[in-house]
Design a protein around this ligand. Structure first.
Ligand code: OOG
Ligand code: MG
Length: 260
């Protein structure tokens, strides 16, 4: 493992890139021996720094959970990341591209948990511990040049997380077939991508199962009240200032916002 002073330096570098909306070279170019464990240590340090600034952790994200995303990014293993309150933006708001490098949007099913989950859990246990599911759009923004990275580097960049918008209609997951929720992403009224929720590991609750397992390996649990994003259902869509985004979710309403 990299020692803690290197983890601290790498955290400085990632935070600087995120805060200034500038790119950095892949961390693995400089530290080829860097491991996935090291990357999650950078995430831990990022979370400490954000909390020290007065921010609040509201939940976690799973990423690279669909074939479309894995193919688009050339990575075939899911990643996990941290979601802070400061990343959230309201529905119908304007998101400033000046604070971002090369944003992309992805439509995701988000879970809000009502009970803690810990260790090896089943899809049924995830469903029972879920308060509701709700449509979400994540704005990802890799801090790596040309949005190119490897698994270790992207995890250290907190899974490219930048902003997220939650909206539409919360639903009881026990009243729905979580594999057949259709989603349509529109940019300026034009359809850019279509998908169904089974694209995410055949059932988006499986992303929560994997997340809980990942947390358990690190001696952590998923607390009640957590907000969890399960990963893009389709490939991510590049956006620029002036673009209007609407993601429509079958029987769950839609999420709209724009970029300025
Ligand atoms: C990594 C983040 C992936 C998702 O939903 O699959 C992600 C990336 O593609 O930059 O958030
Ligand atoms: Mg995502």
């Amino acid at each position: 493992m990299l020692d803690s002073s290197v983890i601290n330096q790498l955290t400085d570098r990632v935070l600087h890139a995120q805060d200034s909306a500038t790119t950095m070279t892949k961390l693995t170019d400089e530290y080829p021996s860097m491991s996935i464990e090291d990357s999650y240590a950078v995430q831990d340090e990022l979370r400490r720094r954000w909390i020290a600034r007065g921010d609040r952790c509201v939940g976690l994200k799973a990423g690279l959970t669909s074939k479309a995303k894995m193919l688009q990014m050339g990575v075939d293993v899911p990643s996990f990341g941290i979601l802070m309150a400061s990343f959230a933006r309201p529905e119908n708001s304007a998101i400033a591209t000046s604070e971002l490098v090369h944003p992309r949007v992805e439509a995701e099913i988000a879970f809000v948990m009502k009970a803690e989950l810990k260790g090896d859990v089943s899809v049924e246990q995830v469903m029972a511990a879920t308060d509701y599911i709700i449509p979400a759009v994540e704005v990802i923004d890799s801090r790596y040049e040309k949005f190119k990275f490897d698994l270790v580097s992207v995890i250290a960049d907190n899974g490219s997380s930048a902003r997220y918008v939650t909206g539409g209609r919360p639903r009881d997951p026990r009243e729905m077939d979580l594999r057949t929720i259709g989603v349509v992403i529109e940019k300026n009224g034009e359809i850019m991508a279509l998908g169904a929720s089974a694209a995410v590991l055949n059932h988006p609750a499986k992303a929560v199962v994997m997340l809980v397992k990942h947390l358990a390996e690190r001696g952590e649990e998923l607390p009640a009240g957590s907000y969890v994003m399960t990963g893009g259902i389709t490939e991510a869509i590049p956006v620029a200032a002036g673009d209007n985004i609407t993601a429509r979710f079958q029987d769950m309403g839609s999420v709209s916002f724009r970029f300025v």
